[in-house]
Design a protein around this ligand. Structure first.
Ligand code: S3P
Length: 162
């Protein structure tokens, strides 16, 4: 099976859904942020604080592209992976799903999360969410409305589209 990519804003449940999907489809599962942390030997927070966001984005772009060497894998990406045009082009050419949630739900999940360097004020996050929506839509083959769905139904919904 070709790889499947999950994209969406922070807190949309990409990593959890990737695990659920991998189990249901008997595929592997890979979290891009976790891979970057392991390769860099630093947490995302440390990478942002010590080396800066652009350094992190370079690693993100590099390792996203590297996932094309994988097979049969569900890849969950970081919320900002759609920021660069080259990444959007890459994602667009894959089986990519955008997990869409209303901002209020996402905010309640990510507010005050110290591990997320971009978890800032309500207004800043709302602006980022509004800016990125079009980028997620552009990068995905399918947009999946997640509100009011159980994890089980979300998995079923995605499998139907494959
Ligand atoms: C980011 C989202 C994070 C992580 C980094 C930057 C973003 O991933 O990649 O903190 O720019 O939205 P999650 O979406 O898994 O929180």
């Amino acid at each position: 099976m070709n790889n499947i990519y999950l994209i969406g804003f922070m807190g949309c449940g990409k990593s959890t859904l990737a695990k659920n999907l991998a189990e249901a489809l008997n595929m592997h599962c890979m979290d891009l942020d976790q891979l970057i942390e392991a390769k860099a030997g630093q947490s995302i927070r440390e990478l942002f604080d010590e080396k800066g966001e652009e350094y992190f984005r370079d690693l993100e772009t590099y390792y996203l592209k590297e996932t094309s060497n994988l097979k049969n894998t569900i890849v969950s990406t970081g919320g900002g992976a759609v920021g660069r045009e080259v990444n959007r082009q890459f994602l667009k050419a894959q089986m990519t799903f955008y997990l869409e949630w209303p901002f209020e739900v996402l905010y309640s999940r990510i507010a005050g999360d110290e591990k997320r360097p971009l978890s800032k004020s309500y207004e800043q996050l709302l602006e980022l969410y509004q800016y990125r929506r079009a980028l997620y839509e552009e990068s995905a083959v399918y947009t999946i409305g997640c509100q009011d769905e159980t994890p089980y139904l979300l998995v079923k919904k995605i499998i139907k589209l494959l």
